[in-house]
Write a protein that binds this ligand. Structure first.
Ligand code: F6P
Length: 500
């Protein structure tokens, strides 16, 4: 039955986009969803009544309602790791015990934020947040998006093992006035622990008598942080059923809560919570994460699109594509189903993107005239994030909307080099403004969209075993050097590292 629906979708012959509009005066209304200060316009995709009916049936067949219930009730849906996925509980939506537990841990974080504000850790001016992947990308995005002129502390996020990253991050920081937040769900990640050790050295070299007293740990395994030397009073634990790339809402969000203030952090959670409720309750055709996932699957599965491009037409959201790369590719870049059977379909496409209008002058040529069909997503805000001439924001938005229109309408020319075939799909997400609330809702929207993609493909989006092999081999090289590798790897190790 499910296979038949995919076949039906593969055989679906879409009308050109301009015809879809010509044949339906209400297309914009029908394909636009407004929720939590965000407007999702999916009208410039090839989804029509027939395709939507097939996706609707497919989601019933794949038991999306049961999957949602399982997600929001704390059932063990991360089957390969035997865990629930309790990030919605951090926003107040989930199993009652998980919600109460999340609240208690958030209260603990709030107390630490208030104590730091009150001077309990001295005269603090800087926060050095050390983490990687899901323990860094969310805080980095939010500080960049929301902390441009209202940050209460100077916050830097460092992730890469390359010492140049840490060097850059601590430039201008006074070690006596810095809190180091070591963020690691597992508290075993090589990059994070080495950066933390080097940050400790930087403090000692800077004359801090008790550097440990300026370290805070954000982790699901507090015992590991204690073993590392951090005092229990400065450890902010979180539920191990919150996955790394879904962990912004728990103590991994500490630099947001401290750097931007508790009220901002609360607003972020409330924005996400409203999106949870929308996802849970809105009917399929009015459900933003569901409809966006249908568009994703339509192109990745039935049109073999191997990539999806996301362009933030707002400087404040310039880190969103990086954030989405981990969320979407680490969640759904898999070749087997949750039950271990071959997927038999395409996994998630490659997520990539950039910031408008810069990207127009770099990569849009290929989007307009290349041979690949690439669904594009535009994200913009009605309200500017600066006080310069309104011409800046108007021109930014004009360009954003012009690109979507050009991709769709194209323009024919007798000169092949100047011909635009058009009929290229895009979606646009328009925010009222870039606030903690809208960004919270936007990120939760992407989480749920990723979840729907996974459910309809039969994937478990909450594990990430694909990243382990490289880690094991790196350890083997560190421990044993160039022993037992292929000739290329051996030669590289010997050329650059000698005897490791
Ligand atoms: O290597 C992948 C990964 O496990 C991500 O899933 C995670 O967000 C990141 O590493 C960091 O892990 P941790 O928070 O345990 O340090």
């Amino acid at each position: 039955m499910t296979d038949n629906l995919w076949t039906e979708l593969e055989r679906h012959q879409p009308k050109p986009l301009v015809e879809l509009f010509a044949s339906d005066d209400n297309r914009v209304d029908n394909m636009t969803i407004e929720q939590s200060g965000l407007r999702f316009d999916l009208s410039k995709t090839h989804l029509d009544e027939a395709a939507l009916a097939s996706f609707s049936k497919l989601s019933q067949n794949m038991q999306i309602d049961a999957a949602k219930t399982a997600l929001f009730s704390g059932a063990v849906i991360n089957v390969t790791e035997g865990r629930a996925a309790e990030h919605p509980a951090e926003r107040g939506n989930g199993d009652a015990d998980a919600v109460a537990h999340a609240r208690a841990l958030q209260d603990r974080m709030r107390s630490l934020v208030e104590a730091i504000d009150a001077g309990f850790m001295g005269d603090i001016r800087h926060i050095l947040h050390i983490g990687i992947g899901g323990s860094a990308l969310g805080p980095k995005l939010l500080i960049d998006a929301l902390g441009r002129d209202s940050a209460r502390y100077d916050v830097k996020v460092v992730s890469n093992i390359d010492g140049a990253a840490l060097t850059e991050a601590v430039k201008g920081m006074d070690p006596h006035k810095t809190i180091v937040a070591v963020a690691s769900k597992t508290f075993t990640t090589t990059e994070t622990l080495l950066n933390a050790t080097s940050a400790m050295e930087w403090m000692t070299d800077g004359g801090v008598a008790d550097p440990y007293a300026q370290f805070v740990a954000l982790t699901a395994y507090p015992e590991k942080a204690i073993e590392w030397g951090i005092d229990e009073s400065r450890i902010l634990p979180f539920n191990e059923a919150v996955g790394g790339r879904y962990s912004l809402w728990c103590s991994i969000g500490f630099p947001v809560a401290l750097g931007l203030g508790w009220a901002v952090y609360q607003e972020l959670l409330e924005g996400a919570s409203a999106m949870d409720r929308h996802f849970r309750n809105a009917p399929v055709m009015e459900n933003a994460p569901m409809m966006a996932a249908f568009a994703d699957l339509y192109y990745a599965q039935t049109k073999a699109c191997q990539t999806r491009a996301v362009f933030a037409y707002d400087e404040r959201l310039r880190l969103l594509p990086d954030y989405l790369q981990q969320l979407e590719m680490e969640s759904n870049g898999k070749s087997v189903t949750a039950g271990g059977a071959p997927l038999g379909r395409n996994s998630a496409p490659v997520t990539w993107g950039g910031v408008g209008t810069d990207a127009q002058h770099a990569v849009f040529q290929l989007l307009h005239q290349g041979t690949h069909l690439i669904p594009v997503e535009f994200i913009a805000s009605k309200t500017p994030g600066h006080d310069f001439d309104t011409a800046h924001h108007e021109t930014l938005l004009v360009n954003c909307f012009a690109q979507g229109a050009a991709l769709m309408a194209g323009q024919s020319s007798d000169d092949p080099a100047r011909n635009y075939v058009g009929n290229r799909p895009s979606t646009t997400i328009l925010l009222d403004d870039v606030t903690a609330s809208t960004v919270g809702a936007l990120i939760a929207f992407y989480e749920h969209r990723t979840f729907v993609n996974a459910v309809l493909l039969g994937i478990n989006p909450f594990d990430q075993f694909g990243v382990e092999l490289g880690k094991q081999i790196a350890k083997r090289i560190s421990d044993n050097g160039a022993i037992g590798f292929d000739p290329s790897t051996t030669a590289l190790i010997e050329a650059a590292l000698g005897d490791v």
